[in-house]
Write a protein that binds this ligand. Structure first.
Ligand code: PRX
Length: 635
């Protein structure tokens, strides 16, 4: 019998040891007992990190939507699968049962087929957090189309780059979206993006805000009339375990975004198993993850993981500040939420608001609190624990990545004693290693190094779409035979892990991964800019904010600097999205460079963080004099 649901610490250690000693037996038991396969695997695992090539459950056949929907119909047909809470609290919430989800996914899948979408085709989904988002994701999976969800806060340029990179044939979008008191013209953004996308044959448009929009004849169609005509039955496409399920883009420190490719079988098994344990989900609990489905957290822990367990998963369209900063707590009370999963940046923003907006609501339904996306600082941890959990609901600080597909290091609530700012212990099956800068593994406890993973786990990304070499170079080349995460971490005296932050040029702002290179490329498009460098600096709410050092082509020029700053942020918004805007922009005559011409970001980071007491050796720089000048004019 597999230990699908771990209930105490001894059991954790026992199961953990088994998962490490006999990973294949362990995962085989989990897969066999808790999922529906059309055909069993020939081989549980084959792997070679030097290529890298990883295959789980090879030879097995399944469809993930049978696991997330069909198999629940016998016992959970009338149970709420998706609980939709709209942006406007006055609009009624929508309870979509498993039976209704089945019918709606099938209708959508039939529409996709009618539009010529086939197994293996890529469909770009650019939707707000409305039920159609989850339904379109599942509809793709039902017919074997590969979904590529693009977060609806990305700009048209970011959207077209992603559409073209994976040669999508179709876009699913809406007339617009609500965001607090604002509306956003999503269809307009899509129209702009598609000027640069030749491969898109059709656009399906969901109605949400009921505005007049431009519909291009022969390309764009309203979704609802097509759904109304479609059958509520759609046979599943039988997929191989290793067939791609989806592509999801994440920023790299260099170059264009990386389309991480996730598999079907391994991804399903791992996200379902982690969901069950990390949230200790029990039948009839109401689970709420506040992420957007445009990020991996939403894929794994709003859609696939919860639904594979027959859970009720809440989808929230709005923002934490609308109509006021009590909205999250109002929703918790209204729907009696049991598990609540959010990001430190939201916790910090809400903690600033004072307690009246918390005390107004009954939060006694809460059992487990989660945190994800960035390190949670001590103050935010305590505020969350004391005021939201009332010291009764353990905080699961879950460390993982788009690339890992599922939670990798996390407490199991009521099982693992928590420790503020620590993600604590590796999840079942996960073998972390800390490495020093020379590539040696740091053994034992009380060590600090670069976080790697030594052994494959079922939900790891299999490649980068269209660029396997980049996958190898980014993740499997820094340390032999290990997956390198890009994060630093320390292991304390009892073996608990604390993630210390990125060690590469990715900066996490409000829980969003931002690569420095794409932002710098955007800035450099401004006609007055010669060169730029971006670094992060600590910010009360966002965790990190962005600091840009910009060299103008004509440094002495008289243009208004504040106008230039606005224009630079405008360009960034157009190329990437408002999340990548800079908080501070310093105009400078030069950037510190090594003799080989590399920008010394370490120095720029220290200046941005106002930590200039120890800048290290600057004498080897090509232009050491510039450092003093930058310090004198720092913002
Ligand atoms: O630096 C780590 C940070 O977020 C990065 C992954 O970002 P992304 O792929 O967007 O996925 C975010 C949601 C899973 C990691 O490399 N990170 C994520 N969770 C934590 C974290 N840092 C510290 N503590 C965490 N719990």
């Amino acid at each position: 019998m597999s230990n699908y649901h771990i209930k105490h610490l001894e059991e954790y250690y026992q199961v953990y040891r088994k998962s490490i000693r006999e990973p294949e037996n362990f995962w085989e038991e989990v897969a066999e007992e808790h999922f529906m396969w059309r055909k069993k695997w020939d081989n549980v695992l084959s792997w070679d990190f030097s290529k890298p090539e990883v295959k789980w459950f090879e030879g097995a056949q399944l469809n993930i939507t049978e696991n997330c929907i069909d198999r629940h119909l016998a016992t959970r047909a009338d149970k709420t699968a998706i609980l939709f809470e709209p942006n406007d609290p006055k609009e009624p919430a929508e309870h979509i049962t498993y039976k209704q989800l089945y019918e709606r996914v099938n209708q959508f899948a039939n529409v996709l087929k009618d539009q010529g979408i086939k197994k293996g085709d890529r469909v770009c989904i650019y939707l707000p957090m409305i039920p159609e988002l989850a339904i379109s994701v599942l509809a793709c999976a039902r017919i074997g189309a590969i979904h590529s969800v693009v977060f609806a806060g990305f700009s048209s340029t970011a959207l077209s780059t992603r559409i073209n990179d994976s040669d999508c044939k179709m876009v699913v979008t809406s007339d617009g979206s609500y965001r607090g008191s604002k509306t956003i013209d999503l269809k307009g953004i899509v129209d702009e993006a598609l000027e640069d996308c030749d491969g898109i044959e059709s656009v399906l448009v969901a109605k949400r805000i009921n505005t007049d929009i431009n519909m291009k004849a022969g390309r764009d169609q309203w979704l609802q009339p097509l759904l109304d005509k479609a059958s509520t039955v759609c046979k599943v496409e039988i997929m191989n375990a290793e067939d791609p399920l989806f592509i999801l883009y994440t920023s790299g420190s260099t170059g264009k975004p990386k389309g991480m490719v996730h598999s079907t079988g391994g991804y399903m098994v791992y996200t379902a198993y982690t969901f069950k344990n990390v949230f200790q989900y029990r039948e009839n609990d109401v689970y709420w993850c506040t992420a957007d489905i445009g990020w991996i957290t939403g894929h794994s822990y709003i859609v696939y993981g919860p639904l594979a367990n027959g859970a009720t998963t809440l989808m929230f369209e709005g923002v934490p500040s609308y109509p006021d900063f009590g909205r999250f707590w109002e929703v918790v009370e209204k729907h009696k939420v049991n598990q609540f999963y959010t990001a430190p940046t939201a916790i910090r923003a809400l903690a600033k608001q004072g307690m009246e907006l918390v005390d107004k609501y009954d939060l006694s339904s809460l059992k487990v609190l989660g945190s994800v996306g960035e390190p949670i600082n001590e103050e935010a941890w305590h505020w969350y624990n004391d005021n939201i959990g009332k010291k009764n609901s353990p905080i699961v600080d879950t460390w993982w990545q788009t690339e890992t597909g599922g939670i990798m290091i996390s407490p199991i609530p009521f099982v693992t004693p928590t420790k503020p700012t620590y993600a604590t212990l590796p999840f079942i099956g996960i073998q972390p290693a800390l490495m020093d800068e020379d590539g040696k593994e740091l053994k034992g406890n009380q060590v600090d190094g670069r976080l790697c993973i030594k052994f494959p786990w079922p939900s790891m990304a299999r490649t980068i779409w269209g660029n396997h070499q980049r996958y190898k170079d980014t993740y499997f080349s820094a340390y032999e035979n290990k997956y390198f995460t890009g994060d630093g971490a320390l292991r304390d005296e009892v073996g608990y892990y604390r993630i210390t932050g990125r060690v590469d040029d990715v900066i996490i702002v409000s829980g969003h991964n931002l690569g420095t290179a794409p932002i710098e490329d955007a800035i450099n498009e401004h006609p007055a800019v010669a060169e730029s460098a971006i670094v992060g600096f600590p910010h009360d709410i966002k965790g990190n904010a962005l600091y840009g050092y910009v060299i103008l082509k004509d440094f002495g020029e008289t243009r208004d600097q504040n106008n230039l700053r606005k224009e630079i942020n405008q360009i960034i918004t157009e190329h990437i999205g408002p999340i990548a805007k800079l908080d501070k922009i310093q105009f400078t005559s030069g950037l510190p460079k090594t003799r080989s011409g590399k920008i010394m970001r370490r120095i720029l980071r220290k200046i941005a963080c106002k930590d200039t007491s120890n800048l290290g050796d600057t004498s080897t720089l090509l232009n050491p004099e510039v450092v003093q000048d930058i310090m004198d004019n720092a913002l």
